[in-house]
Design a protein around this ligand. Structure first.
Ligand SMILES: [Zn+2]
Ligand SMILES: [Zn+2]
Length: 169
């Protein structure tokens, strides 16, 4: 199954000819650290395929939902990754620059996979103002203060202590 492979037989070698496609399929294995596109989620691709003298120019966008956990409080967070692309497919592709056009077909999957992976957030927050977990008792500080005795050392002094011990060693 290659759900993002598209025939271009009708436009290839006819510079200026174009066709729009809208594709939807799952794309398992999209994950970076704790952020993943669920295997059963639908990845949507919209693309304009345009014949140019060197091959087929694919201009479009891809969108996929992701799930992760907040890097401060570990609560579940989710969002949508959306990317745009403009890439050339040709019969004799240049490694790392253009993509293969084989058997009158372009396969958008590697391109979509690569673009979406780069767009997944590595360390998302549930909210910019998330207070995170108490380092001592693990309580979720978004739900109110915990009973831990606050550390009476001002963190600025701790930084000074580090400096001082570095100078002494
Ligand atoms: Zn959070
Ligand atoms: Zn606490």
């Amino acid at each position: 199954m290659r759900p993002f492979a598209v025939s271009v037989a009708d436009i290839h070698h006819r510079p200026g000819a174009r066709r729009r496609e809208r594709l939807e399929a799952g794309l398992p294995g999209l994950q970076v650290l704790d952020t993943a596109v669920p295997d059963q989620a639908t990845v949507e691709v919209e693309v304009l395929l345009e014949a140019v003298s060197d091959g087929i120019l694919a201009t479009g966008s891809a969108r996929a939902p992701w799930r992760s956990e907040c890097r401060r409080c570990l609560r579940a967070v989710e969002g949508d990754a959306e990317v745009t692309f403009r890439e050339l497919f040709e019969e004799h592709p240049t490694e790392g620059e253009t993509w293969p056009l084989q058997h009158e077909e372009v396969d958008l999957e590697p391109l979509v996979r690569e673009s979406l992976l780069l767009a997944l957030p590595l360390a998302p927050l549930c909210d910019d103002a998330c207070r995170g977990l108490c380092p001592t008792c693990g309580a979720d500080l978004n739900e109110g203060p915990c009973d831990c005795v606050p550390d009476d050392r001002d963190p600025r002094w701790a930084a000074l202590d580090v400096l001082r011990s570095e100078q002494e060693s």
